[in-house]
Design a protein around this ligand. Sequence first.
Ligand code: HAM
Length: 427
Amino acid sequence: MSATLQALRGMNDVLPGDASRWLEFESLVQRWLARHGYRNIRMPLIEPTQLFRRAVGEQTDIVEKEMYSWRDELNGEDLTLRPEATASCVRAAIEHHLLHDGPKRLWYAGPMYRHERPQKGRYRQFHQYGAEALGFTGPDSDAELIVMCAALWRELGLTGIRLELNTIGSSAERASYRTALITHLENNVDSLDADAKRRMHANPLRVFDSKNPLVQTVVQSAPSMMAYLGDATLAHFDGLKRLLGAAGVGFTLNPRLVRGLDYYNLTVFEWISDRLGAQGTVCGGGRYDGLFEQLGGKPAPAAGFAMGIERLIALQQEAKPEPVVPLLHAYVVHLGAGAAEQALRIAGELRDAGYAVVQHCGGGSLKSQMKKADASGARVALIIGEDELGAGEVTVKPLRVARAQARVPAARLAAELTGWNDAKAGT
Ligand code: HAM
């Protein structure tokens, strides 16, 4: 016998019990995005490697260590499974001239791939919902993105998700801060690991992302960027803070927050929960005004965020542990060849009328079919035997409430079934 195959490490199956929760979560998130005027965009999972090198940055963990990249020998192209989707979204906006008639609010969802060390809340295939506001300059757009997240946490029933906020200024401001930061890192070089030493001169801000506790002590004592920020940056940041205050969204200023991707400028933020252990960031984002130009497009301001579905689902499961069971109105039980045909017809009519109906397959006695009906979770069993068939009727037997069964004319079943159920499928 050949060995059984298993899913790859860090890549998870979502089984039906959990997938029902995912569906409910996604339907809520999609309605929330629509209510904020965001429209869906879908990009390929595979992109030219160069896209992420240029957008995310050569010196980031993602590009240096975590990308699934390979050479497609047939076409001689270097390809990568997307580690994130902001780069693809901007690439698509440039390629299809999406901003020709003004700014756009876009959302996407789907799997992302990073070759990280798997642990609770950190996977090699994980899923994001992302929103990108393309073409907007002001802090009002940053505030919109942040305030809408706060509304989502409320709607999902999630508490204890805090907001960390920072401004990383313009690239010119970061360049002048760089010198001070490099001096500090050089003075503490004995506490830096190989990664930090390598990045220290090429991209010193990246040292901030280090997960090494010793390097983090050096980061904590580093000079603050605040002193290097100009009036325009501070005005943008003040505008954002004022709008968040007016919206009642609390935040903590974290001057060390730089995010793990190089395309950001001005605003950066993360939403963090303490209930998830080390992988507590459920959503992150910021402004990336230089990315359009960096990817060869006409300059355009932009900002956005992405949230990790696995982490948010884990939080929601903790807040509401009851399993999510999809609504099933009726299970059709039938005995005899004529009844099978009638069952097929009736199940079809009920589905057309909006009910969720499972028809028994595979024959068997009334008793065994009723067992299946009960196990299905359906509200009622619809029984069609010789008697019912002859009379043009169906026996409706409630499975979840104490109520007597009754015979109902087949022609009136769709109308009468409402009285036996509170809701139709999907309502
Ligand atoms: P990111 O911070 O790399 O940002 O990822 C966003 C979120 O995806 C994280 O906060 C986390 O919830 C989730 N996530 C990231 N890596 C993993 C993983 N290995 N396992 C499970 N969940 C993970 C971005 O991707 C940017 N594109 C966000 C953005 C959009 N910025 C502007 N627009």
